[in-house]
Design a protein around this ligand. Sequence first.
Ligand code: PLP
Length: 390
Amino acid sequence: MLKMIDGFNRIGEENAFTVLARAQALAAQGRDIINLGIGQPDFHTPEHIVEAGIKALRDGYHGYTGATGIPELRTGVAADIDRRLNVDVSPDNVLIVPGGKVTMFLAILMFGSPGKEILYPDPGFPIYRSMIEFTGATPIPIPIKEENDFAFRADDVLNQLNDKTSLIIFNSPANPCGGVTPKAEMDALVKGLEHHPDIAILSDEIYGQMTYDGQEHISMLSYPSLRDRLILLDGWSKTYAMTGWRLGYSVWPDTLIDAARKLAINSWSCVNAPAQWAALAALEGPQDCVTDMVAEFDRRRRIVVEGLNALPNITCRTPLGAFYAFPNVTKTGMGAKKLASELLESAGVATIGGPDFGTLGEGYIRLSYANSVENIEHALTKMQIYLEGL
Ligand code: PLP
């Protein structure tokens, strides 16, 4: 009998992929299915980025690169951070990874072990908790509440720190609720964290360029007092509609970059070379593709929120970031997972039940509005017919 390590009794999954498979299977049977489940832009990668990838293939970039990424791209990432956030980062602290997700995998592996506690947002991206459980560390949820517009509250983090805390996972703008933590709350959080210099921080800023209604994205990188223990997670997937290219980057403090590089050497060796050249073109090329996509998400956000609030027994706060709406469905009287499953099977609309993002997700469902206005409106009509028939 084969005996894998205990972690495999605890590791979780991302239900969005299961819902995606089910939605595709129903569509293959000829059903009219609108997929508001998976979180990926419906746009193609901008043409100049695709061209740069093709050119790199034609130019013969077919071999391994250095494990941390090509120097040009690491320098490009540092320049992009300087341009957007006005923060000085050395290319030596940048690691190119095969997808944003990989940074959380590495960081949680580095700081998770039995006896340690890791704080993570609930509701939050499901892989945080799954990986914490895998390492044997104790997952400590940070409550993300509707009454706070789904932003982090400094006290909800600081009140839970103790000698066992090894890592705090922070995410703004956030998946699945679309919350953006305002500057005052960030300042309070950082001030409190200054009293805990031995706790590492992973800041997942993959939606950093997607904020609305004038809401500012405050990067954890902009706080000098955290820099010696901050791991920044970012990448190209959402900003440049590149989910399938499997590209991301992280910025590590001096003390951790070598450990991260060793994990890279021990697992993926290096990221696909032509994709790295495409990523550089994304950062160095015109940025209006990003502003145009974000403007379009903003337009859809208004339509989806207005439409959801017009549905029976559903209320929805206006999300200030990312591309998700997280409506409250408690008044439907159905559990959120059951409702999400019924919406897919009966109404033909794929959404994700809030409990897939943590226990505090009960009473909510997540809709991704990274879909066309036409599809969003069609989905809202289907949902209305279903909910009126309950
Ligand atoms: N972090 C958050 C909060 C996400 O929502 C996602 C993807 O959905 C990721 C990271 C991972 O992104 P990638 O596709 O680049 O691995």
